[in-house]
Design a protein around this ligand. Structure first.
Ligand SMILES: [Zn+2]
Length: 223
């Protein structure tokens, strides 16, 4: 089975396991979010850093706590830190920490959005020491950071930038395959014929072998 660990697309495909992402925004407060799960067996739920409301984040967290235990919720995310967009970083950090605690409580991995905040993210992991895995989605940085993050126990998920950037290709080559995932996010890329295919070419391995390896990573996370 191919795996798309982070997607905003509701379309389904029998050959691809997709983890559909649902963002708890102020606009969804008061709605029956389970309704949004639709037919999806695998969902990630979280408060995106851009969606954190200074006034209403406690309500957003309450909804997350309510949804997190649902068996269809496979991960808490995307959650994280973004220095370029969203509310004040202090508030983002506070809400991020609360969501990490939710992930810990339900023993589900966190899918992390991180923009220009890797030092803060590394510092938080060092202090909080979460037992749940942290998957940094949409990784689009260089070898050095990829190595540092995987050495510190983070998982990295690659998507569109793997197709476009030689630096990101080098980053994929430099880290253990046991800590790798692939995704489409909200981009118009195809998970198998573009993302997996590109990765298999870069790594010089058969796409079927890659498929099984990545799915094994998923099974190991979700035990
Ligand atoms: Zn996303």
């Amino acid at each position: 089975m191919f795996l798309d660990i982070h997607t905003h697309s509701l379309s389904s495909d029998a050959n691809i396991k997709k983890v559909f992402n649902l963002d708890i925004t102020v606009n969804t407060l008061g709605e029956d979010l389970k309704h949004f799960f639709g037919e999806n067996e695998s969902v990630s739920v979280g408060i995106h850093p851009w969606s954190v409301s200074e006034e209403l984040f406690f309500e957003q967290i309450e909804i997350l706590e309510f949804l997190a235990a649902d068996s269809r919720v496979k991960a808490i995310g995307e959650i994280g830190l973004d220095k370029l967009k969203g509310p004040d970083l202090k508030l983002q950090e506070e809400v991020f920490l609360k969501q990490i605690r939710v992930a810990e409580a339900v023993k589900k991995p966190a899918i992390v959005h991180c923009v220009k905040s890797f030092n803060e993210l590394i510092a938080i992991k060092k202090v909080v020491r979460p037992k749940v895995p942290m998957i940094i989605h949409g990784f689009n940085r260089k070898v050095d950071l990829a190595k540092e993050l995987t050495q510190k126990g983070f998982f990295l998920s690659f998507g569109r930038d793997l197709l476009e950037s030689d630096l990101v290709k080098e980053a994929l080559k430099s880290i253990p395959l046991e800590q790798v995932f692939f995704e489409t996010d909200d981009d118009k890329v195809l998970i198998v014929s573009q993302v997996y295919k590109t990765a298999a070419d870069i790594l010089k391995i058969d796409i079927e072998v890659l498929k099984d390896r990545i799915y094994q990573n998923y099974l190991e996370l979700y035990l």
